[in-house]
Write a protein that binds this ligand. Structure first.
Ligand SMILES: Cc1cc2nc3c(=O)[nH]c(=O)nc-3n(C[C@H](O)[C@H](O)[C@H](O)COP(=O)(O)OP(=O)(O)OC[C@H]3O[C@@H](n4cnc5c(N)ncnc54)[C@H](O)[C@@H]3O)c2cc1C
Length: 406
């Protein structure tokens, strides 16, 4: 059996390892779209704290060859499912019996005048992080476009480098989509304490420059923000443009079933590039390292002939919003759906919120205080009915068993 994997990150690398475990004889080829060995994208911030690139690489380069996994540099330009062929951008064609598309997401770009100037960066790849880190002694003033997780992560690093920072936010609060307006106050307070200026409800109209280097951002409202560094952290989009015309996209989306299978029976997809159409009708995107890895393991098992189903489980994500630790438990993004109730518990140094669906605890956000983390995970997994007992849910002095009884 000839397996071909497009993309060599969380989904691609996990799929290759799973395929090898399932079948010692299978031919496994991975098309690596980046000129680096497999690395932990979720740990990129480590580069800003002085980690070397190799410390982000969980496997030595020879690991793959030793397991008979062929890693080929290049990017797929076109897929032809009828002929079982993938055309590579630099020329050449790869053939497959089973294909896994694991090309992830790409940073959303800004198509405004001056975008081609030097000094304007995305924060998405190891190459980006190394290039930004190399500038730490040279930059004085930075504008970071976007106040979401990645924008705040970059601002946190830039603050440690000693740069003067402005964050330009299109919406009305920082930390979106993790925190809503009420929860973002805590994050804004830590930004203010650090001397970071935040501008809300404004956008980039153009980058201005001198001698090919960015010197300022002109905003739609007419502000001129002087800078010698601009970081674009405006979200990500599934990197599936090269699949146009392949018949695999539906309204521009790469939709798979719970077996991670696309509309073509021998083509699977996993990770940030895919959207799972669950049997309950929901369309579930992936924006998380562990989910991408888990989906890849299921896809790889099915590519080897198994009949595995990916289930969402209790999602869990731990990260920081400008130094404020947060935990997300359960389908937090669903909190705005009908029939959900959001219960907020703001305090001086923390913000906690619980979401119930018809009285059942469905998801939670813990920002600044994670003491209830483990019990919340158990309650959400158990589908505990918590209506009228919400303060007890967060009170770690109350035994968990009392809350699981109903
Ligand atoms: C800076 C940063 C920090 C993050 N922090 C966290 C975190 O703390 N926790 C967390 O859970 N998640 C985090 N994430 C998200 C997480 O990294 C992603 O959810 C995860 O990497 C998705 O894995 P993936 O394999 O689906 O795709 P990706 O990691 O996006 O990798 C896809 C790979 O495919 C390649 N590719 C693209 N197109 C082609 C093509 N046509 N042909 C061949 N190859 C191609 C790309 O170059 C890339 O190497 C972070 C993301 C970023 C950018």
């Amino acid at each position: 059996m000839k397996h071909l994997i497009l993309g060599f990150s969380a989904a691609g690398a996990n799929a290759a390892e799973t395929l090898r475990r399932q079948d010692s004889q299978a031919e496994i080829t991975v098309l690596n779209g980046e000129n680096r060995p497999f690395y932990l994208r979720l740990d990129l911030e480590g580069i800003f704290h002085g980690k070397g690139a190799e410390q982000l690489m969980p496997r030595p380069p020879e690991y793959w060859e030793e397991r008979g996994i062929r890693v080929v540099p290049g990017r797929a330009a076109r897929v032809n499912p009828a002929r079982h062929e993938v055309h590579i951008e630099s020329g050449g064609t790869l053939h497959y019996d089973r294909l896994l598309i694991a090309v992830g997401s790409a940073p959303r770009d800004l198509t405004v005048p001056g975008r081609g100037l030097d000094g304007i960066f995305h924060y998405h790849t190891l190459g980006d992080a190394l290039a930004i880190h190399a500038l730490r002694e040279r930059v004085r003033r930075a504008v970071i476009v976007g106040g979401g997780i990645l924008g705040l992560e970059l601002a946190h690093a830039a603050h440690a480098f000693g740069w003067e920072i402005v964050i330009l936010v299109r919406g009305g609060h920082v930390g979106s989509p993790i925190v809503d307006a009420s929860g973002s106050a805590l994050v804004l307070a830590s930004l203010e304490r650090a001397g970071v200026k935040v501008i809300f409800r404004d956008e980039v109209a153009a980058f201005e420059g001198r001698e090919k280097h960015v010197t300022a951002i002109r905003t739609k409202s007419g502000r001129i923000l002087e800078c010698d560094f601009a970081g674009i952290c405006a979200g990500v989009v599934p990197d599936v443009g090269f699949l146009e015309g392949s018949g695999l996209l539906e309204d521009g989306q790469l939709i798979v079933n719970e077996r991670l299978q696309t509309s073509a029976p021998d083509v699977f997809a996993a990770g940030d590039c895919a959207v799972v159409h669950a049997t309950d009708g929901r369309l579930i995107p992936c924006r998380n390292w562990n989910v991408a890895s888990a989906q890849a393991r299921v896809a790889a098992a099915n590519m080897s002939g198994a009949d595995s189903v990916w289930t969402e489980g209790v999602l869990y994500n731990l990260d920081y919003l400008f130094g404020q630790e947060f935990a997300l438990i359960g389908p937090w993004a669903d909190r705005h759906l009908p029939e959900r109730a959001l219960h907020e518990f703001p305090a001086e140094n923390s913000y906690r919120a619980l979401v119930t669906h018809e009285g059942i605890l469905e998801s939670a956000l813990l920002l600044g205080d994670r003491s209830a983390d483990r019990r919340l995970r158990k309650l959400i997994a158990a589908g505990a009915v918590v209506e009228n007992r919400l303060p007890q849910v967060l009170d770690t002095n109350i035994p968990l068993e009392n809350l699981l009884k109903f």
